[in-house]
Design a protein around this ligand. Sequence first.
Ligand SMILES: [Fe+2]
Length: 322
Amino acid sequence: MRLAVIADIHGILPAMDAVLDEISKENVEGIIVAGDMVSGPNSVEVINRLRQSNCWIIRGNQENYVLRLASGDAPDWQYTSKQWSPVRWTYENMDRETLLFLQSLPEQLIIQLPEKDAIHVVHGSPSNVSELIFPDKDISKLDQALSEVDESVVIFGHSHEAWVMKRNGKLAVNPGSLSMSFFGEQCGTYAILSWENQRWNAETRKLFYDFKSLRKAYIETGLLEKGDVIARCCLISMETGINYLPPMINYAYQKAKEAGYGDLPFVPDEIWHEATKTFEELNYKDNASELIFSLNNKITSSGRAPTSQHLHRTQVRCDESE
Ligand SMILES: [Fe+2]
């Protein structure tokens, strides 16, 4: 038996379609989805593809962010700050049925197939949906995570790094990100789990898809404009294979701290604007900088976003406690 494992699709439809096409030729009997399907140009379409496929799906932190906005219980700054504009855009362009589907998903899942070892699926870690585990940098976090579950196979997501590790008698797998893998190559990654000789084995795969379509999707849906600097940063990161997002956000928080806002959970708009502008000028090099500073011009000559179906904040209630 073979299963595909994917995570961190982030609304990138060409990646979703490419992997469905690829695994349809691989005699795969199901797909495990380890969260973060949304927050990108085509989140609803990606969810619809998954709903039409034979999948086990959990929520990631991005789904939780959108559901929290939908619940009406998010902190005020998430409804107003520039920093949160891509998440708001995702929420405002999501229909009620999709929100209810996301709400129905668990944050973790145990898959028990007949006569096979159970598989435990998490997004970040068993104790924290947003925890980042990088085994090559800090193996103790992986050991801790594996000790928190009984199952002998654990699937992780969130970090965008693809790896397979056998550790303490368990098999740990991160399929990486289907849409954006940050090792300097234009590709996503996923994994294949195979039941052979009475145990699960795993291998990671690269997924090549039409990266040229990314910019078009970001522009035509309106995300590039409405998602502000984070949307630009995600796009440039995908196009270059260099993840600019964590350093940009860290830089902005550092500037907020220096300005006396170290206690806030977000960066005030004025500081956010100045810090991210400086970051972009300092860090996007060569072709990337030409691209980034020409993008705004291209927005005006390209298609506009469809009218968003604005959802009332209280339309969907969300029970998660994060
Ligand atoms: Fe994530």
